[in-house]
Design a protein around this ligand. Structure first.
Ligand code: DNO
Length: 402
């Protein structure tokens, strides 16, 4: 398993030197500065590659850009409105440019409006560490009482709406604005530029777009992209919905094994693949992560290894991001299933036998507290996750392992 590390570019407070010392073998990044829908030019790609190649001192880092996360799909493509055809043309050009630069693995998602969604970005655990959390009641309070979305109250079970009303009644203004800020952090683009009005406008544009229709638009996108990716030797891998449930009345179509199977079958090419994110999918108790790895593993081109502690047994519920080997996902079983898939690939002579994974998210611990890295992406919390995962891999692959 290839040990990779997400980096947000030169402005990331976790540097190339940091990731090297954490033990990363390869880098996951994107041209975050390029607006969604525009072409990623060979020049911009080359600059990012050279940023990665050097340490602070100028010494070669020995690291390379190995996975793109993400080449974002525009809202126009998801809705098939406005400039969607031009955006697909740009997407295809970007793929050609990435392939020419030696990139092979391209992660993206097809979540409308919101990407990942949390109610707390720094939820304090008992030991003083902080992590990201999704509190379903807080989310309902936001949706029903702050955003004031029509029909929102009916979208939640009555006990959740009731609890949300009680909680909202005693929420002070500071908490109300922090909650709104946290929730819109997952919006594409710079989170702090989004107002509640922007969110309402985005949501309104999905009026009349059912899950069925979104699936159709997704297949249309894949039909334009996957054959080209195949021809270019690229592996596209779709990230799941995070959390894997409908939010704000928006359709979400990549939340379960059945969703993935349907999309894989709809455009049945190896290049049409999966980012198996154990943290996103693991927020639902009915997603069997190691089973998904066994059954869909052939198409898993990238792994996000992360764990969540679910606070309820319901499909719709609260959770927080646990340590990598804590939480409800059996991480050892999942890594075991990934290693078994790699063995199958080696036997089949596949050149992508080593699957890239990254320690996804991490709790803020020790000097992370106060460094102000991207939410979910601290240096030491991720280093700890990577070290633990590396220990699992070493244990499972040791010649003497049972
Ligand atoms: C969150 C990430 C996601 C992911 C995109 C992929 O931390 O895992 O934002 O990068 O959904 O397109």
């Amino acid at each position: 398993m290839r040990q990779t590390w997400r980096w947000f570019g030169p402005q990331d407070r976790v540097s190339v030197d940091d990731m090297l010392q954490a033990g990363a073998e390869g880098v996951v990044t994107a041209l975050h500065q390029v607006p969604t829908g525009a072409v990623w030019t060979p020049e911009d790609i080359a600059v990012r590659q050279s940023d990665i190649a050097a340490m602070k001192s100028g010494t070669p880092s020995g690291l390379a850009w190995e996975v793109v996360e993400s080449l974002p799909v525009s809202e126009d493509i998801k809705k098939q409105r406005g400039d969607w055809r031009a955006h697909i043309a740009s997407y295809r050009t970007s793929l050609r440019n990435l392939a020419a630069a030696g990139l092979e693995t391209i992660c993206y998602n097809f979540m409308p409006v919101l990407d990942w969604t949390r109610t707390d970005l720094a939820y304090r655990l008992q030991n003083g560490a902080t992590c990201m959390r999704f509190d379903y009641v807080d989310f309902a309070a936001f949706d029903i009482h702050i955003l004031g979305r029509a029909g929102a109250a009916e979208d939640f079970p009555p006990e959740i709406s009731g609890e949300a009303a009680r909680r909202f009644a005693v929420m002070d203004d500071a908490r109300k604005s922090a909650l709104s800020r946290n929730i819109v952090s997952g919006l594409p683009g710079a989170a702090d530029r989004f107002t509640l009005e922007d969110v309402r406008r985005h949501l309104a544009e999905y009026d009349g777009i059912s899950a069925e229709r979104l699936r159709g638009n997704f297949v249309a996108f894949l039909e334009q992209i996957a054959p080209l990716a195949e021809e270019l030797g690229l592996r596209m891998c779709c990230h799941p919905d995070d959390p894997p449930i409908g939010l704000l009345g928006l359709p979400r179509v990549m939340s379960t094994e059945a969703d993935y199977s349907a999309m894989m079958r709809a455009v049945d090419l190896p290049a049409n693949g999966i980012t198996l994110c154990s943290g996103s999918l693991g927020a639902r108790p009915d997603n069997d992560l190691s089973g998904m790895m066994e059954r869909l593993g052939e198409r898993v081109h990238f792994l996000h290894l992360r764990n969540v502690h679910r606070e309820t047994q319901e499909i719709l519920g609260s959770f927080y991001e646990a340590e990598h080997l804590g939480g409800h996902t059996d991480m050892v079983a999942l890594v075991g299933a990934a290693l078994a898939e790699e063995a199958r690939r080696r036997r089949a002579g596949r050149k992508d036998a080593s699957i890239p994974f990254r320690p996804d998210h991490g709790q803020d611990i020790l000097d992370d507290l106060g460094r102000g890295a991207q939410p979910g992406y601290p240096a030491i919390g991720r280093l700890k996750g990577l070290a633990e995962l590396r220990g699992v891999i070493a244990g499972l692959t040791h010649a003497g392992a049972a």
